[in-house]
Design a protein around this ligand. Structure first.
Ligand code: GAF
Length: 382
């Protein structure tokens, strides 16, 4: 939806005074999955799909919000007990509350928003929404909150008002995104580096299974608990280990009999995935896309067999990619449904996509959705 369209809908809903308009993107992640809450590396980029919001202060202490795509409204106050009942409004409320907790004063506002990040596809529509409002309120109220803290406001919203104990990757990518660049982020030190990403002769394409399995957020939180338990157990022998990122396979093997097999497999995946991100960065610097792709397949295998966050439909698309000779393919994001991300040679693209659509439909009754990745800018005022 364009800026003009959002302003028009806002004006129909809340009157004619012109609002300000902000936007924030969803993200892809080339590699480094479930590593961000383990103090490790991620390698995301912002995309050309996101949320757009018109916003204007209304002189009250209430927020009146309109979700254009859902045609739903919500009105809520800004005190802790005012948590709205609408799921989507919890994100807006959470952002306001997290700003207030950090000492910022938030005033009541009217807002209408829309988005084109597919929901449940693993492209982080929720971070796009949080980042839009964190960025907008900070800018409009002149709060002077730095970009790292804006990302943390979104993350804390997830933790405290949505119930997902996520890492920082999605909000970071949504705020810090830069056109044409992936970002390698060290989630322990928060040091980051932009990597221009323009793989000549290849396309990066997402295949969305349009499947979202139930209880994804509780399963996600459970993965995090497994990792933290493994890290704590290792730290008893190796106090320098704060996160799994600090641990080696040798250290993990030392405690193998002290943790469950499940926790062992989860931790093994994270330790291996940490190394894969670094390997992919090296390979990219050499223009070695074969290695990048190989690591993507290894990640898929780990996410499917060790971390157990894939599902039948995602494995099906991954197998198909391999059969077609696609350079790299893996489940992207939190998992339990959503997309595969595929690094495909230009000359294979058409036949792979056509066959993926046909075979997936024959097996599951509907085609996967196809999104070409365009790496774009982060949160901004329009
Ligand atoms: C979700 C979370 F929100 C991220 O923090 C990250 O852990 C990701 O899953 C998996 O890499 O998107």
């Amino acid at each position: 939806m364009t800026k003009e369209q959002v302003i028009k809908i806002f004006s129909e809903k809340f009157g004619n005074q012109t609002p300000e308009v902000y936007a924030s993107p969803g993200r892809i992640n080339l590699i480094g999955e479930h590593t961000d809450y383990n103090g490790s590396f991620v390698f995301p980029g912002a995309i050309d799909k996101g949320m757009i919001a018109a916003i204007r202060f209304n002189g009250t202490d209430k927020v009146r919000a309109y979700a254009i795509d859902l045609d739903e409204s919500s009105e809520f106050g800004l005190n802790e007990e005012d948590l709205p009942k609408e799921g989507w409004a919890k994100y807006l409320f959470g952002v306001c509350r997290e700003i207030i907790k950090r000492g910022g004063t938030v005033k009541g506002f009217d807002t209408a928003f829309a988005g084109d990040v597919p929901l449940g596809a693993g492209m982080s529509s929720s971070a796009a929404l949080e980042s839009t409002y964190a960025f907008a309120l900070n800018d409009l109220l002149g709060l002077g909150i730095d970009k790292f803290e804006l990302a943390r406001i979104g993350q804390s919203t997830e933790h405290n008002y949505v119930g997902v104990k996520c890492g920082i990757m999605d909000q970071f990518a949504s705020i810090f995104g830069k056109k044409g660049n992936l970002i390698r982020l060290d989630t322990k030190s928060m040091e980051y580096a932009y990597f221009p990403f323009d793989p000549k002769g290849y396309k990066l394409v997402l295949l969305d299974t349009v499947v979202k399995h139930e209880l994804a957020s509780s399963a996600y939180n459970k993965r995090r608990e497994s990792c933290e338990h493994a890290a704590r157990t290792i730290a008893k022998r190796h106090p320098e280990v704060e996160f799994l990122r600090d641990a080696s396979m040798e250290m993990l093997d030392e405690v193998k009999n002290e943790i469950s097999e499940e926790d062992y497999l989860r931790a093994k995946y994270v330790i291996e995935e940490t190394q894969r991100v670094l390997d992919v960065c090296d390979a990219l610097e050499k223009g070695d896309y074969e290695t990048v792709g190989q690591k993507m397949y290894e990640t898929h295998h780990g996410m499917s067999k060790l971390y157990e966050v894939s599902c039948e439909e995602l494995d099906f698309l991954n197998d198909l990619a391999r059969e077609h000779g696609v350079t790299g393919s893996r489940v992207m994001g939190g998992g339990f449904g959503g997309c595969t991300i595929n690094l495909v040679k230009d000359e294979l693209y058409d036949s792979f996509i056509a066959d993926a659509k046909a075979q997936f439909k024959a097996k599951y009754g509907h085609e996967p959705k196809v999104y070409d990745v365009v790496i774009s800018d982060g949160a901004r005022k329009l």
